[in-house]
Ligand binder design. Structure first.
Ligand SMILES: [Zn+2]
Length: 482
Protein backbone atom coordinates (compact mmCIF):
# COMPACT_ATOMS: atom_id res chain seq x y z
CA UNK A 1 0.00 0.00 0.00
CA UNK A 2 1.42 3.37 -0.90
CA UNK A 3 0.19 6.93 -1.23
CA UNK A 4 -2.15 8.77 1.11
CA UNK A 5 -5.42 7.21 2.23
CA UNK A 6 -8.09 7.73 4.86
CA UNK A 7 -10.59 5.59 6.67
CA UNK A 8 -12.87 5.91 9.63
CA UNK A 9 -13.80 3.45 12.36
CA UNK A 10 -17.04 3.90 14.29
CA UNK A 11 -17.47 2.01 17.54
CA UNK A 12 -20.58 1.04 19.47
CA UNK A 13 -20.19 -0.94 22.70
CA UNK A 14 -22.37 -2.08 25.60
CA UNK A 15 -25.61 -0.66 24.18
CA UNK A 16 -27.49 -3.25 26.30
CA UNK A 17 -30.56 -3.31 24.05
CA UNK A 18 -31.66 0.26 24.74
CA UNK A 19 -33.85 0.53 21.66
CA UNK A 20 -34.83 4.14 22.09
CA UNK A 21 -34.08 7.35 23.99
CA UNK A 22 -33.46 6.89 27.71
CA UNK A 23 -31.98 8.85 30.60
CA UNK A 24 -28.19 8.97 30.84
CA UNK A 25 -26.00 10.16 33.69
CA UNK A 26 -23.26 12.77 33.39
CA UNK A 27 -21.00 14.22 36.07
CA UNK A 28 -21.07 17.97 36.59
CA UNK A 29 -18.94 19.29 39.41
CA UNK A 30 -19.86 17.43 42.57
CA UNK A 31 -23.09 15.95 41.33
CA UNK A 32 -24.72 13.82 38.67
CA UNK A 33 -26.97 15.38 36.06
CA UNK A 34 -29.24 13.53 33.70
CA UNK A 35 -30.40 13.99 30.15
CA UNK A 36 -31.97 11.89 27.42
CA UNK A 37 -29.64 10.10 24.99
CA UNK A 38 -29.27 7.08 22.74
CA UNK A 39 -31.48 4.85 20.63
CA UNK A 40 -30.53 2.87 17.53
CA UNK A 41 -32.41 5.22 15.15
CA UNK A 42 -30.26 8.15 16.28
CA UNK A 43 -27.17 5.96 16.09
CA UNK A 44 -28.16 5.04 12.51
CA UNK A 45 -28.56 8.72 11.59
CA UNK A 46 -25.14 9.64 13.00
CA UNK A 47 -23.42 6.73 11.23
CA UNK A 48 -25.14 7.64 7.96
CA UNK A 49 -23.77 11.17 8.30
CA UNK A 50 -20.26 9.85 9.00
CA UNK A 51 -20.46 7.56 5.95
CA UNK A 52 -21.42 10.55 3.80
CA UNK A 53 -18.53 12.62 5.15
CA UNK A 54 -16.03 9.76 4.69
CA UNK A 55 -17.13 8.71 1.17
CA UNK A 56 -18.20 5.35 2.58
CA UNK A 57 -14.71 4.48 3.87
CA UNK A 58 -16.14 3.48 7.21
CA UNK A 59 -15.95 0.39 9.37
CA UNK A 60 -18.67 0.15 11.99
CA UNK A 61 -18.03 -2.34 14.81
CA UNK A 62 -20.02 -3.42 17.85
CA UNK A 63 -18.08 -4.72 20.86
CA UNK A 64 -21.10 -6.56 22.28
CA UNK A 65 -23.50 -6.51 25.23
CA UNK A 66 -26.07 -5.60 22.63
CA UNK A 67 -29.03 -8.00 22.52
CA UNK A 68 -29.68 -8.21 26.30
CA UNK A 69 -30.61 -5.64 28.96
CA UNK A 70 -34.21 -4.48 28.47
CA UNK A 71 -37.61 -6.16 28.68
CA UNK A 72 -38.35 -6.30 24.93
CA UNK A 73 -34.91 -7.84 24.31
CA UNK A 74 -35.28 -10.50 26.99
CA UNK A 75 -38.86 -11.30 26.04
CA UNK A 76 -37.74 -12.35 22.55
CA UNK A 77 -34.29 -13.66 23.56
CA UNK A 78 -32.76 -10.86 21.54
CA UNK A 79 -34.71 -11.65 18.34
CA UNK A 80 -36.41 -8.24 18.15
CA UNK A 81 -33.02 -6.54 17.96
CA UNK A 82 -31.94 -8.44 14.86
CA UNK A 83 -33.71 -6.43 12.10
CA UNK A 84 -32.67 -3.20 13.82
CA UNK A 85 -29.02 -4.24 14.08
CA UNK A 86 -29.04 -5.50 10.49
CA UNK A 87 -30.28 -2.10 9.34
CA UNK A 88 -27.27 -0.34 10.93
CA UNK A 89 -24.79 -1.77 8.42
CA UNK A 90 -22.36 -3.11 11.02
CA UNK A 91 -19.19 -4.89 9.87
CA UNK A 92 -18.53 -7.14 12.86
CA UNK A 93 -19.39 -7.80 16.47
CA UNK A 94 -18.25 -9.69 19.55
CA UNK A 95 -20.22 -10.69 22.63
CA UNK A 96 -20.82 -11.06 26.36
CA UNK A 97 -24.40 -10.93 27.75
CA UNK A 98 -25.48 -12.41 24.41
CA UNK A 99 -24.65 -15.76 26.06
CA UNK A 100 -27.35 -15.20 28.71
CA UNK A 101 -29.93 -16.86 26.45
CA UNK A 102 -27.77 -19.97 26.40
CA UNK A 103 -25.10 -20.67 23.78
CA UNK A 104 -27.51 -22.44 21.38
CA UNK A 105 -29.97 -19.54 21.22
CA UNK A 106 -27.10 -17.11 20.86
CA UNK A 107 -25.61 -19.12 17.99
CA UNK A 108 -29.01 -18.95 16.29
CA UNK A 109 -29.08 -15.15 16.76
CA UNK A 110 -25.58 -14.91 15.32
CA UNK A 111 -26.76 -16.68 12.14
CA UNK A 112 -29.62 -14.17 11.84
CA UNK A 113 -27.19 -11.25 11.83
CA UNK A 114 -25.97 -10.16 8.41
CA UNK A 115 -22.43 -9.57 9.71
CA UNK A 116 -20.00 -11.89 11.47
CA UNK A 117 -19.88 -12.64 15.18
CA UNK A 118 -16.18 -12.73 16.00
CA UNK A 119 -14.62 -14.55 18.97
CA UNK A 120 -11.20 -16.19 19.00
CA UNK A 121 -11.71 -17.50 22.54
CA UNK A 122 -14.95 -19.53 22.66
CA UNK A 123 -14.80 -23.31 22.21
CA UNK A 124 -17.15 -26.30 22.12
CA UNK A 125 -16.21 -28.34 25.21
CA UNK A 126 -16.68 -31.68 23.50
CA UNK A 127 -14.70 -31.05 20.33
CA UNK A 128 -12.50 -28.07 21.33
CA UNK A 129 -13.63 -26.49 18.05
CA UNK A 130 -14.19 -22.72 17.95
CA UNK A 131 -17.84 -21.69 18.17
CA UNK A 132 -17.38 -18.49 16.14
CA UNK A 133 -14.98 -17.32 13.49
CA UNK A 134 -11.98 -15.45 14.88
CA UNK A 135 -11.58 -12.77 12.23
CA UNK A 136 -12.89 -11.19 9.08
CA UNK A 137 -11.05 -9.13 6.46
CA UNK A 138 -12.73 -6.00 5.12
CA UNK A 139 -11.56 -4.07 2.09
CA UNK A 140 -12.05 -0.36 2.23
CA UNK A 141 -10.72 2.29 -0.17
CA UNK A 142 -7.92 -0.03 -1.31
CA UNK A 143 -6.90 -0.96 2.24
CA UNK A 144 -7.28 -4.44 3.70
CA UNK A 145 -8.25 -4.45 7.36
CA UNK A 146 -8.37 -7.51 9.59
CA UNK A 147 -10.95 -7.43 12.37
CA UNK A 148 -10.32 -9.92 15.21
CA UNK A 149 -12.89 -10.56 17.94
CA UNK A 150 -12.42 -11.47 21.62
CA UNK A 151 -15.59 -12.17 23.59
CA UNK A 152 -15.88 -11.61 27.34
CA UNK A 153 -13.98 -14.40 29.09
CA UNK A 154 -15.90 -14.27 32.41
CA UNK A 155 -19.03 -16.01 31.10
CA UNK A 156 -17.97 -19.46 32.39
CA UNK A 157 -16.28 -18.04 35.49
CA UNK A 158 -18.63 -15.68 37.33
CA UNK A 159 -21.98 -15.98 35.54
CA UNK A 160 -24.83 -18.52 35.83
CA UNK A 161 -23.79 -21.96 34.41
CA UNK A 162 -26.58 -21.98 31.79
CA UNK A 163 -24.79 -19.13 29.97
CA UNK A 164 -21.86 -21.38 29.08
CA UNK A 165 -23.46 -24.82 28.77
CA UNK A 166 -21.20 -26.98 26.63
CA UNK A 167 -18.70 -24.22 25.87
CA UNK A 168 -15.56 -22.82 27.44
CA UNK A 169 -13.73 -19.50 27.25
CA UNK A 170 -10.11 -18.47 27.22
CA UNK A 171 -8.55 -15.04 27.52
CA UNK A 172 -7.92 -15.07 23.77
CA UNK A 173 -4.34 -13.87 24.24
CA UNK A 174 -2.46 -17.01 23.15
CA UNK A 175 -4.65 -17.32 20.05
CA UNK A 176 -3.78 -13.81 18.87
CA UNK A 177 -0.16 -14.08 17.58
CA UNK A 178 -0.90 -16.88 15.05
CA UNK A 179 -4.06 -15.06 13.89
CA UNK A 180 -2.15 -11.80 13.46
CA UNK A 181 0.50 -13.73 11.54
CA UNK A 182 -2.10 -15.23 9.18
CA UNK A 183 -3.67 -11.81 8.69
CA UNK A 184 -0.33 -10.16 7.89
CA UNK A 185 1.32 -12.87 5.78
CA UNK A 186 -1.56 -14.74 4.09
CA UNK A 187 -4.45 -12.28 4.10
CA UNK A 188 -2.03 -9.41 3.39
CA UNK A 189 -3.88 -6.96 5.59
CA UNK A 190 -2.64 -3.42 6.10
CA UNK A 191 -4.08 -3.07 9.61
CA UNK A 192 -5.32 -5.27 12.45
CA UNK A 193 -8.24 -4.07 14.57
CA UNK A 194 -9.18 -5.86 17.79
CA UNK A 195 -12.91 -5.90 18.56
CA UNK A 196 -12.84 -6.81 22.24
CA UNK A 197 -15.12 -7.33 25.20
CA UNK A 198 -12.45 -8.14 27.79
CA UNK A 199 -12.59 -4.75 29.50
CA UNK A 200 -10.28 -1.73 29.37
CA UNK A 201 -7.78 -2.80 32.10
CA UNK A 202 -7.58 -6.33 30.65
CA UNK A 203 -7.06 -5.06 27.10
CA UNK A 204 -4.31 -2.68 28.20
CA UNK A 205 -2.40 -5.57 29.77
CA UNK A 206 -3.02 -7.78 26.74
CA UNK A 207 -1.75 -5.10 24.37
CA UNK A 208 1.46 -4.84 26.36
CA UNK A 209 1.98 -8.59 25.83
CA UNK A 210 0.79 -9.07 22.23
CA UNK A 211 2.15 -6.98 19.40
CA UNK A 212 0.87 -6.23 15.94
CA UNK A 213 -2.53 -4.74 16.78
CA UNK A 214 -3.04 -1.26 15.33
CA UNK A 215 -6.37 -0.36 16.89
CA UNK A 216 -8.23 -1.79 19.87
CA UNK A 217 -11.96 -1.22 20.17
CA UNK A 218 -12.49 -1.82 23.86
CA UNK A 219 -15.70 -2.85 25.60
CA UNK A 220 -17.37 -4.13 28.78
CA UNK A 221 -16.17 -1.63 31.38
CA UNK A 222 -18.34 1.32 30.22
CA UNK A 223 -15.43 3.74 29.93
CA UNK A 224 -16.15 7.02 28.26
CA UNK A 225 -12.80 7.65 26.64
CA UNK A 226 -12.97 11.25 25.52
CA UNK A 227 -9.47 10.78 24.10
CA UNK A 228 -7.88 7.62 22.71
CA UNK A 229 -5.31 5.90 24.90
CA UNK A 230 -2.05 4.82 23.30
CA UNK A 231 -0.55 1.49 24.31
CA UNK A 232 2.75 1.47 22.45
CA UNK A 233 1.54 2.21 18.95
CA UNK A 234 -1.93 0.73 19.47
CA UNK A 235 -4.79 3.23 19.56
CA UNK A 236 -7.43 2.24 22.13
CA UNK A 237 -10.95 3.65 22.32
CA UNK A 238 -14.07 2.80 24.33
CA UNK A 239 -17.39 4.61 24.06
CA UNK A 240 -19.56 4.56 27.18
CA UNK A 241 -22.67 2.39 27.35
CA UNK A 242 -26.43 2.12 26.67
CA UNK A 243 -25.87 3.39 23.11
CA UNK A 244 -25.57 6.89 24.57
CA UNK A 245 -22.26 7.33 22.74
CA UNK A 246 -20.44 6.33 19.59
CA UNK A 247 -16.68 6.47 19.14
CA UNK A 248 -15.35 7.94 15.90
CA UNK A 249 -11.76 7.45 14.85
CA UNK A 250 -10.59 9.07 11.59
CA UNK A 251 -7.28 7.65 10.40
CA UNK A 252 -4.84 8.96 7.86
CA UNK A 253 -2.56 6.45 6.21
CA UNK A 254 0.64 7.08 4.26
CA UNK A 255 2.75 4.23 2.91
CA UNK A 256 0.85 1.66 4.95
CA UNK A 257 1.40 3.55 8.21
CA UNK A 258 -1.09 5.49 10.33
CA UNK A 259 0.44 8.96 10.28
CA UNK A 260 -2.37 10.90 11.91
CA UNK A 261 -5.72 10.36 13.57
CA UNK A 262 -8.59 12.30 15.05
CA UNK A 263 -11.06 10.98 17.59
CA UNK A 264 -14.39 12.05 18.95
CA UNK A 265 -16.61 10.49 21.59
CA UNK A 266 -19.97 11.41 20.12
CA UNK A 267 -22.91 11.80 22.47
CA UNK A 268 -26.06 10.39 20.85
CA UNK A 269 -28.10 13.43 21.74
CA UNK A 270 -31.88 13.55 21.96
CA UNK A 271 -31.84 16.40 19.43
CA UNK A 272 -30.40 14.09 16.74
CA UNK A 273 -32.98 13.52 14.02
CA UNK A 274 -33.65 9.73 14.08
CA UNK A 275 -33.24 7.69 10.90
CA UNK A 276 -36.87 7.12 9.80
CA UNK A 277 -36.40 3.52 8.58
CA UNK A 278 -34.72 2.35 11.79
CA UNK A 279 -37.18 4.39 13.85
CA UNK A 280 -40.05 2.51 12.22
CA UNK A 281 -38.40 -0.85 13.04
CA UNK A 282 -38.04 0.28 16.66
CA UNK A 283 -41.72 1.35 16.84
CA UNK A 284 -42.72 -2.08 15.53
CA UNK A 285 -40.51 -3.91 18.01
CA UNK A 286 -41.73 -1.90 21.01
CA UNK A 287 -45.43 -1.71 20.08
CA UNK A 288 -46.54 -4.95 21.82
CA UNK A 289 -45.16 -3.77 25.19
CA UNK A 290 -45.55 -0.02 25.00
CA UNK A 291 -48.70 0.38 27.10
CA UNK A 292 -47.85 -2.25 29.70
CA UNK A 293 -44.32 -0.96 30.26
CA UNK A 294 -45.49 2.67 30.55
CA UNK A 295 -47.54 1.86 33.67
CA UNK A 296 -46.56 4.16 36.54
CA UNK A 297 -45.67 1.96 39.52
CA UNK A 298 -44.21 4.51 41.92
CA UNK A 299 -42.42 7.74 42.51
CA UNK A 300 -38.88 8.50 43.60
CA UNK A 301 -37.24 11.45 45.35
CA UNK A 302 -33.75 9.95 44.88
CA UNK A 303 -32.23 9.80 41.40
CA UNK A 304 -31.57 6.09 40.88
CA UNK A 305 -28.32 5.30 39.07
CA UNK A 306 -25.61 2.68 38.87
CA UNK A 307 -22.80 5.05 38.02
CA UNK A 308 -20.71 4.49 41.15
CA UNK A 309 -18.38 1.62 42.02
CA UNK A 310 -18.74 1.12 45.77
CA UNK A 311 -22.48 1.53 46.18
CA UNK A 312 -25.33 2.85 44.03
CA UNK A 313 -28.75 4.35 44.69
CA UNK A 314 -30.42 2.09 42.10
CA UNK A 315 -29.18 -1.03 43.84
CA UNK A 316 -30.02 0.34 47.28
CA UNK A 317 -33.66 0.44 46.13
CA UNK A 318 -33.38 -3.18 44.93
CA UNK A 319 -31.75 -4.26 48.22
CA UNK A 320 -34.28 -2.42 50.39
CA UNK A 321 -36.97 -4.33 48.54
CA UNK A 322 -35.20 -7.62 49.29
CA UNK A 323 -34.92 -6.85 53.01
CA UNK A 324 -38.54 -5.80 53.37
CA UNK A 325 -39.84 -8.68 51.27
CA UNK A 326 -38.02 -11.38 53.22
CA UNK A 327 -37.38 -9.93 56.69
CA UNK A 328 -33.73 -10.95 56.22
CA UNK A 329 -30.95 -9.13 58.03
CA UNK A 330 -28.71 -8.67 54.98
CA UNK A 331 -29.27 -8.28 51.25
CA UNK A 332 -26.93 -8.93 48.30
CA UNK A 333 -27.02 -8.30 44.60
CA UNK A 334 -24.41 -8.26 41.85
CA UNK A 335 -22.60 -5.05 40.89
CA UNK A 336 -24.03 -4.87 37.38
CA UNK A 337 -22.87 -1.91 35.34
CA UNK A 338 -25.80 -1.67 32.97
CA UNK A 339 -29.17 -0.08 33.72
CA UNK A 340 -30.23 3.38 32.55
CA UNK A 341 -30.77 5.87 35.38
CA UNK A 342 -34.21 6.84 36.70
CA UNK A 343 -34.63 10.54 37.43
CA UNK A 344 -36.69 11.92 40.36
CA UNK A 345 -40.41 11.69 39.62
CA UNK A 346 -42.48 8.80 38.34
CA UNK A 347 -41.13 5.24 38.07
CA UNK A 348 -42.59 3.05 35.32
CA UNK A 349 -42.68 -0.71 34.95
CA UNK A 350 -40.15 -0.27 32.13
CA UNK A 351 -37.75 1.32 34.63
CA UNK A 352 -38.02 -1.72 36.92
CA UNK A 353 -37.12 -4.07 34.06
CA UNK A 354 -34.16 -1.85 33.19
CA UNK A 355 -32.90 -2.35 36.76
CA UNK A 356 -33.07 -6.15 36.55
CA UNK A 357 -34.37 -7.40 33.19
CA UNK A 358 -33.99 -11.08 34.11
CA UNK A 359 -36.72 -10.71 36.76
CA UNK A 360 -35.28 -13.52 38.91
CA UNK A 361 -37.00 -14.95 41.99
CA UNK A 362 -36.30 -13.44 45.40
CA UNK A 363 -33.92 -15.89 47.11
CA UNK A 364 -32.79 -16.42 50.68
CA UNK A 365 -29.81 -18.18 52.25
CA UNK A 366 -28.11 -18.59 55.64
CA UNK A 367 -24.51 -17.37 55.69
CA UNK A 368 -21.94 -17.52 58.46
CA UNK A 369 -19.92 -14.43 59.30
CA UNK A 370 -16.88 -16.25 57.94
CA UNK A 371 -18.60 -16.87 54.62
CA UNK A 372 -19.73 -13.25 54.33
CA UNK A 373 -16.18 -12.05 54.79
CA UNK A 374 -14.80 -14.61 52.31
CA UNK A 375 -17.46 -13.73 49.73
CA UNK A 376 -16.77 -10.00 50.04
CA UNK A 377 -13.00 -10.47 49.91
CA UNK A 378 -13.39 -12.59 46.78
CA UNK A 379 -15.59 -9.93 45.22
CA UNK A 380 -13.18 -7.09 46.10
CA UNK A 381 -10.33 -9.04 44.51
CA UNK A 382 -12.41 -9.66 41.39
CA UNK A 383 -13.15 -5.94 41.21
CA UNK A 384 -9.81 -4.38 42.16
CA UNK A 385 -7.18 -7.08 41.53
CA UNK A 386 -3.79 -5.57 40.70
CA UNK A 387 -3.65 -8.14 37.89
CA UNK A 388 -6.24 -6.94 35.35
CA UNK A 389 -6.73 -10.52 34.14
CA UNK A 390 -8.10 -11.38 37.58
CA UNK A 391 -10.68 -8.57 37.44
CA UNK A 392 -13.86 -10.48 36.71
CA UNK A 393 -16.56 -8.50 38.39
CA UNK A 394 -18.55 -5.45 37.49
CA UNK A 395 -18.78 -2.94 40.29
CA UNK A 396 -18.41 -3.98 43.96
CA UNK A 397 -21.09 -6.39 45.16
CA UNK A 398 -24.19 -4.52 46.21
CA UNK A 399 -25.00 -5.05 49.92
CA UNK A 400 -27.42 -3.70 52.50
CA UNK A 401 -27.33 -4.23 56.27
CA UNK A 402 -23.52 -4.27 56.24
CA UNK A 403 -20.82 -1.65 56.63
CA UNK A 404 -17.46 -2.56 55.15
CA UNK A 405 -14.30 -0.55 55.83
CA UNK A 406 -11.61 -1.74 53.45
CA UNK A 407 -8.27 -0.91 51.87
CA UNK A 408 -8.47 -1.10 48.09
CA UNK A 409 -4.71 -1.43 47.66
CA UNK A 410 -4.23 -4.46 49.92
CA UNK A 411 -3.42 -7.97 48.68
CA UNK A 412 -6.18 -10.50 47.89
CA UNK A 413 -8.11 -11.69 50.95
CA UNK A 414 -6.61 -8.93 53.14
CA UNK A 415 -8.64 -5.86 52.23
CA UNK A 416 -11.44 -5.75 54.82
CA UNK A 417 -10.42 -3.92 58.00
CA UNK A 418 -13.78 -3.82 59.80
CA UNK A 419 -17.07 -5.48 58.92
CA UNK A 420 -20.34 -4.65 60.67
CA UNK A 421 -23.88 -5.98 60.52
CA UNK A 422 -25.80 -3.03 61.95
CA UNK A 423 -23.64 -1.72 64.79
CA UNK A 424 -22.25 -5.15 65.73
CA UNK A 425 -19.08 -6.54 64.20
CA UNK A 426 -19.77 -9.57 62.03
CA UNK A 427 -18.79 -12.68 64.02
CA UNK A 428 -17.19 -15.57 62.09
CA UNK A 429 -19.21 -18.39 63.64
CA UNK A 430 -22.57 -16.64 63.75
CA UNK A 431 -25.28 -17.33 61.18
CA UNK A 432 -26.97 -14.48 59.31
CA UNK A 433 -30.08 -14.57 57.14
CA UNK A 434 -29.56 -13.00 53.74
CA UNK A 435 -31.83 -12.20 50.80
CA UNK A 436 -30.39 -12.02 47.30
CA UNK A 437 -31.10 -12.18 43.58
CA UNK A 438 -29.35 -14.49 41.08
CA UNK A 439 -26.32 -16.71 41.73
CA UNK A 440 -24.22 -13.62 41.00
CA UNK A 441 -25.68 -12.07 44.20
CA UNK A 442 -24.59 -14.95 46.46
CA UNK A 443 -22.55 -17.56 44.54
CA UNK A 444 -23.68 -21.18 44.85
CA UNK A 445 -20.71 -22.24 46.98
CA UNK A 446 -21.72 -20.04 49.94
CA UNK A 447 -24.38 -20.76 52.57
CA UNK A 448 -27.06 -23.23 53.58
CA UNK A 449 -30.85 -23.47 53.26
CA UNK A 450 -30.76 -21.72 49.89
CA UNK A 451 -34.32 -21.09 48.72
CA UNK A 452 -36.04 -19.46 45.80
CA UNK A 453 -39.24 -17.84 47.02
CA UNK A 454 -42.34 -17.82 44.82
CA UNK A 455 -42.21 -14.07 44.34
CA UNK A 456 -40.09 -12.48 41.60
CA UNK A 457 -38.13 -9.28 42.10
CA UNK A 458 -40.18 -7.04 39.78
CA UNK A 459 -43.39 -7.79 41.73
CA UNK A 460 -41.51 -7.31 44.99
CA UNK A 461 -40.22 -3.88 43.82
CA UNK A 462 -43.75 -2.88 42.74
CA UNK A 463 -45.06 -3.78 46.18
CA UNK A 464 -42.27 -1.87 47.87
CA UNK A 465 -43.00 1.24 45.78
CA UNK A 466 -46.72 1.08 46.57
CA UNK A 467 -45.92 1.28 50.31
CA UNK A 468 -42.96 3.68 50.09
CA UNK A 469 -44.27 6.55 48.03
CA UNK A 470 -42.20 8.50 47.30
CA UNK A 471 -39.10 6.30 47.39
CA UNK A 472 -35.91 7.37 49.15
CA UNK A 473 -32.79 5.32 48.36
CA UNK A 474 -29.78 7.44 49.24
CA UNK A 475 -26.23 6.10 49.55
CA UNK A 476 -25.55 4.52 52.97
CA UNK A 477 -21.76 4.30 53.20
CA UNK A 478 -21.98 0.52 52.84
CA UNK A 479 -18.42 0.31 51.50
CA UNK A 480 -15.93 2.88 52.74
CA UNK A 481 -12.43 2.87 51.27
CA UNK A 482 -10.16 3.67 54.24
ZN1 LIG B 1 -19.96 -6.86 29.41
Amino acid sequence: MSGSNKFTIVQMNDSHAYFDLHQEMFWQGARAVYRLAGGYARIAAIVKQIRAESQGRVLFCDCGDTIHGTYPALNTQGRDLIPILNSLGLDAMTAHWEFAYGPRVFQQRATELEYPMLANNVYEKETSKPVFQAYVVKEIGGLRIGLVGIASNIVDKTMPPSYSEGISFTLGKDELPPIIDVLRTQEKVDFVVLVSHLGFPQEMKLLSEVHGIDICLSGHTHNRLYKPVLNGKTIVIQSGCHGSFLGRLDLEVVGGQIVDYRHRLIEVEAATQPDPTVDELIRQALAPYKNDLAEVVGETVTALNRGTTLEATMDNFLLKTLLENTGAQLAFSNGWRYGAPIVPGQITLNDLYNIIPMNPPVSTVELTGEEIRAMLEENLERTFSCDPYEQMGGYVKRCLGLNVYFKIENPPGRRIQKLFAGIEEVRPGRSYTAAFVTPQGVPQKYGRIRENRPERIIDAMRKYLSVHRPLHAELRRTFVAV
